[in-house]
Design a protein around this ligand. Structure first.
Ligand code: SF4
Length: 439
């Protein structure tokens, strides 16, 4: 009898990539493969790549080497965003046997035959216009949280972004399918579902370029909230122009949606927002933050921001810095701008020197730490619910409140994957929050 073959995965990038790796892994399982850890000996290694990752090519080469060190005979395949954007580059990397683009990645098991190594990487990739169909997925990150994909692709044309070139047009899962997946996840005992996609506020566009909105994001939030058995739902990241008052109000009265929003800003300067071709001015952003805080004063708000975009003078950077200092937000995700091939911004003038980009990034990361601390301080004394995670880190268990305060308590395995009522008591030296249990 033939032993079952082994497959290992390495995922780079966002939650969406993680959820898609899970789907690909299930396909392998159906074809008779067992999944093993990437550090273990496998017959095939699959690397799900990302185009946003800094030094994506270097990183990719290191991962291929890692796989080859464990098993030089193993078949190595690359899929994902970077594989769609730069297939030939990846195929030329020593040891790579197969590169699959956006439409082929879910059919990977059709492309591998006897797993004998190729002299050159074989490329199968389509024109991105052909990536107009939808493949649903979800992944279970740790035992406490699942990432549920509800939407893919993007119709926006932000001048710095390669995602539309790597993932294609905006399209969404059907409501029926999302609800079915959500039920399946909760039946596995997972307590929290994070909705993911490229531009989830654009939820509702169908497959094959069918732009008719069957359901809106608001419908989706409203229906998911009614699914029994799901204890917590989190909206991952939503464009400010698509975050409607009705959605904010629905979350504030919701059974399961938590008061945590992640809203990309990218710049606090209207001049730069225009150059980035974002679909709002900062006044709209201010208004979104005010609305959230008006109905949920305890809500956590995370902000994505890019530093060093072409044309960002000292003055314009300070506009962003001062704007964010004043704004009632809880933390920042700071991205240092880097040029991407085939984007409009790559040919813009007034390029910001790399050392200046690094300095600005550091300043904003400092501001983020201050914001987070101030938010945590504002929560001391409040009563919240914590979902505890599964790892014992130096004698402590960690978890997150509904409004995304990271807490710690002495390790107790019985707490893993449970929701507990707590009172937040103080901030520890490591910046995490201590608590008391409320019976
Ligand atoms: S909204 Fe802009 S930044 Fe986000 S994926 Fe679409 S094009 Fe890229």
């Amino acid at each position: 009898m033939n032993a079952r073959k082994k497959v290992a995965f390495y995922t780079l990038g966002c939650k969406l990539n993680f959820s898609e790796t899970s789907t690909i892994a299930r396909n392998f399982n159906d074809e008779g493969f067992d999944r093993v850890d990437f550090k273990e000996k496998a017959d095939i290694y699959v690397i799900n790549t990302c185009s946003v990752t800094e030094n994506a090519d270097k990183r990719f080469k290191t991962i291929v080497k890692q796989a080859q060190n464990v098993n030089p005979e193993a078949f190595v395949a690359a899929v994902g965003c970077y594989a769609q954007l730069k297939p030939e580059e990846l195929a030329a990397v020593d040891g790579v046997d197969l590169v699959l683009g956006a439409t082929e990645k879910f059919k990977i098991t059709d492309y591998i035959n006897d797993l004998s190594k190729n002299d050159f990487g074989e490329v199968h990739s389509c024109e991105i216009e052909e990536a107009d169909f939808y493949v649903g997925s979800y992944s279970i990150g740790d035992r406490t949280r699942a990432f549920l994909k509800v939407q893919d692709g993007c119709d926006y044309k932000c001048t710095y972004c390669t995602i539309p070139l790597a993932r294609g047009i905006s399209r969404s899962d059907t409501m029926q399918n999302v609800l079915k997946n959500a039920k399946e996840i909760s039946e596995k005992g997972i307590k929290e579902i994070v909705l993911t996609g490229v531009n989830i506020g654009d939820y509702g566009k169908g497959e094959f370029g069918n732009k008719k909105h069957e359901h809106t994001f608001l419908d989706l939030v409203s229906e998911l909230d009614k699914v029994e058995g799901i204890e917590r739902l989190r909206i991952s990241s939503i464009e400010p122009n698509l975050l409607k008052n009705e959605t904010i109000e629905l979350v504030s009265n919701s059974r399961a949606f938590v008061p945590h929003f992640h809203v990309p800003l990218q710049s606090g300067s209207n001049t730069l927002l225009k150059k980035m071709k974002r679909r709002y001015m900062r006044e709209l952003y201010t208004d979104r933050v005010s609305k959230i805080k008006e109905v949920m004063p305890h809500a956590c708000i995370g902000v994505d921001v890019i530093v060093g975009f072409p044309g960002e003078t000292d003055e314009l950077f300070l506009e962003t810095y001062n704007y964010l200092s004043e704004l009632d937000i809880s933390y920042l995700h700071v991205f240092t701008y880097s040029e991407r091939d085939n984007t409009e911004a790559a040919s813009f003038e007034s390029v910001v020197p790399k050392n200046v980009r690094a300095k600005r990034s550091k300043m904003l990361r400092g501001l983020s730490a201050k914001k987070r601390r101030a938010f945590y301080e504002s929560q001391i004394g409040s009563e919240r619910t914590v979902l505890f995670e599964g790892e014992n880190k130096e004698g402590y268990i960690h978890g997150f409140t509904e409004n995304y305060v990271k807490v710690k308590a002495p390790w107790n395995p019985e707490l893993v994957n449970t929701l507990s009522k707590v009172k937040l008591t103080k901030i520890d030296e490591d910046g995490l929050v201590r608590l008391e249990f409320i019976s």
